[in-house]
Design a protein around this ligand. Structure first.
Ligand SMILES: [Zn+2]
Length: 80
């Protein structure tokens, strides 16, 4: 079950990745990600999406792309 901290962290992930948050928020979310594997996984996915879309003019990731990223991350996990 996702707690309050999780929903806050997940809410702000895109801003966190885009460096749009004040330093104390960045620190708080960073600390949470270190201790919360499900949120860290979501963070990795969003970073990957940002990385991929930054080459495509900075537009929001299309669902197709998101699905592809998720699938590739799942494949990596099943491997390990
Ligand atoms: Zn969490």
């Amino acid at each position: 079950m996702a707690g309050q901290e999780c929903s806050e962290a997940l809410d702000r992930l895109f801003e966190y990745i885009d460096d749009e948050l004040p330093a104390d928020e960045v620190h708080r979310i960073g600390e949470h990600l270190k201790t919360c594997p499900p949120c860290e996984a979501e963070h990795q996915i969003k970073e990957k999406i940002k990385e991929l879309t930054s080459h495509a003019g900075g537009e929001r990731a299309p669902d197709q792309l998101r699905e592809r990223v998720l699938a590739s991350l799942r494949a990596v996990r099943e491997d390990g």
